[in-house]
Design a protein around this ligand. Sequence first.
Ligand code: SPD
Length: 287
Amino acid sequence: MPKVKTWIDEYNKGSRFGLDGKVLIRKNSKYQEIIVIENDYYGKALMLDGCWMTSLKDEKYYHECLVHPALSSIDEKSNVLIIGGGDGGTARECLKYSEIAKIDLVEIDEEVIKVSKKYLQEIGREAWNDRRLKIHINDGVKWVEKTKDNFYDVIFIDCSDPSEFSNLLFSNSFYKECKRILTTKGILATQSESPESFKNIHIDILKTLKKIFRFSKTMYSFVPIYPSGIWSWTFSCKEELYLTKPNCKDALRIEKSCDIWNINFQNGAFKMMPNKILKELNSENEQ
Ligand code: SPD
């Protein structure tokens, strides 16, 4: 019997953001509901607890924007931490850099990795077999707490939206701990939600990071299957961040391997802060 098509939607403030297709798997892990659907246009897409995570067609909009602004702008990047990232896309983009010696990928939900390896192999691809990638099924918050000072060159937070079990990944105390375990020139790169569909959370993330780190900059682009489409990534550092010029011998090669990211795209994306967000951040500073 051929599987019937159905609609799977993410609900956000009275709107629905949906894909139709055949549901390839729908199961509950210890932490969340996991769905993979196959849509004619976006290909296979992953939803966790009612939120779209990624799809074969649009994943590069997300993963390239999280990874390359950070890795193309610093010299020392041998030791990397990814928190979340169970679909393998962030690791795949990181492993394009020969200077990376080790990536610790800390994912709380083993089922997400299993499902991604089985149904979304095109995302993680050869990253899963790369000896530099070490997978740890663990709580990212606890992992960071147990890590010694000045340990990682880059930390990527590739997490879901805030929820009961991911809330701490957006907290003041967690960001402070990330700062502690970063090297002096290290960068924290996090997805920072949508200025439209998650405006309040987005502003909170930006304000919190600005208070903790000396430098923090946000770029905006699109992830077509996420609510409202517009999305953001924020890069924070203890020292000044030179995000507008690549400090990386491989930048041209990396650009060629990307579908979305290049230095011009990045420079534009860092100037895309919607004025209403800018005003809210500035009005806070004036008080
Ligand atoms: N609204 C969804 C936010 C999810 C961000 N993480 C996506 C995981 C892709 N690796």
